[in-house]
Design a protein around this ligand. Structure first.
Ligand code: RIB
Length: 305
């Protein structure tokens, strides 16, 4: 099973700040750094580093061709990423000393994907392959419909939440990977605990596997009547940007490798924990073979109490 990720590629401008800027306020950044990002690019790299075969589809401007090279260097098939006469997508990220972020996206080339291009990329796939989508490119509904016609499975990380999601045929989705905010929106549950959100998502999309990340409380999972959970690994957070993407990539790579669901949750949680200890999005994604060493450190720490 291979993965086709039709997703964003961004240049992340990360401003280190004391606190997030408030309405009417002007603040100074301690530092500005540039990182490689975009939920699509991050997730493709995570899938590839975790050992899955991944094709990336998307678009950059001439200022972003280095992002295509990064995908290739990370083991992603990226020959068909388009270079367009548009600025590349970028993100303006405020990063606090506690590692929390808030993000503004400028879509740029990410929103210039034509139906013909999506068709051409889907032709590279076989029935049973996985289409991976996030909500940072245009034409999502078209991609979902066409992929399903070809017998592909669909994984949707419904992030960030925008009105575009309402026009997507979500009943076609096989895997939802969402946080609590996204899960509440998709399930139409205004308020509720994480188990209630999980139950509401399962009731609305009984055909799908639901993976609901709940921050420092870990992750919940439901497939049919099977409900699983995994705690989050405790680490010193330097930068949470891209941690969710790392989780998604490692989880789906585990699925492609035929790991059982509990093991997929374990490796994805480990990889996400590792990612938050390093600044930046794409560059904080670990290799698969780092995971067991990382896990050993946890076992040692636990032993020492
Ligand atoms: O999920 C993190 C990503 O969101 C960043 O890399 C940024 O580009 C935004 O797309």
């Amino acid at each position: 099973m291979k993965i086709l990720d039709i997703g964003s590629l961004n240049i992340d401008r990360v401003y280190s700040v004391d606190h997030f800027v408030k309405e009417g306020e002007t603040i100074s950044a301690d530092r500005l750094e540039f990182f490689n990002g975009g939920k699509g690019l991050n997730q493709s790299i995570a899938c590839a580093k975790a050992g899955a075969e991944v094709i990336h589809a998307g678009a950059v401007g001439r200022d972003g061709t280095f992002l295509i090279q990064l995908l290739k260097d990370s083991g992603v098939h990226a020959d068909d990423v388009q270079v367009l006469d548009e600025p590349s997508g970028h993100a303006v990220i405020q990063l606090t000393p506690g590692g929390q972020n808030c993000i503004i996206i400028s879509h740029g080339a990410n929103f210039c994907l034509k139906e013909e291009y999506i068709d051409r990329m889907l032709e590279k796939c076989d029935p049973g392959d996985l289409l991976l989508l996030q909500n940072e490119v245009n034409n999502l509904a078209y991609a979902m419909t066409q992929a399903k016609k070809r017998g592909m499975k669909i994984a949707f990380n419904a992030s960030p939440i925008t009105d575009a999601i309402a026009s997507c045929p979500l009943q076609l989705v096989d895997y939802f990977l969402v946080n609590e905010t996204e899960g509440s929106y998709l399930s139409s549950l205004q308020e509720g605990s994480s188990p209630e959100i999980l139950a509401a998502l399962h009731a609305k999309f009984p055909q799908a596997v639901i993976v609901l990340t709940v921050g420092s409380d870990g992750v919940l999972y439901q497939e049919g009547d099977t409900v699983l959970s995994h705690p989050a690994y405790r680490v010193h957070a330097v930068d949470t940007t891209g941690a969710g993407d790392t989780f998604t990539g490692f989880f789906l790579a585990g699925v492609c490798k035929g790991l059982d669901a509990q093991e997929c949750l374990r490796v994805a949680s480990l990889a996400a924990a590792r990612a938050v200890t390093i600044k930046g999005a794409a560059n904080s994604i670990p290799d698969w073979n780092e995971m067991e060493d990382f896990a050993k450190q946890f076992a040692e720490k636990k032993g020492k109490g």
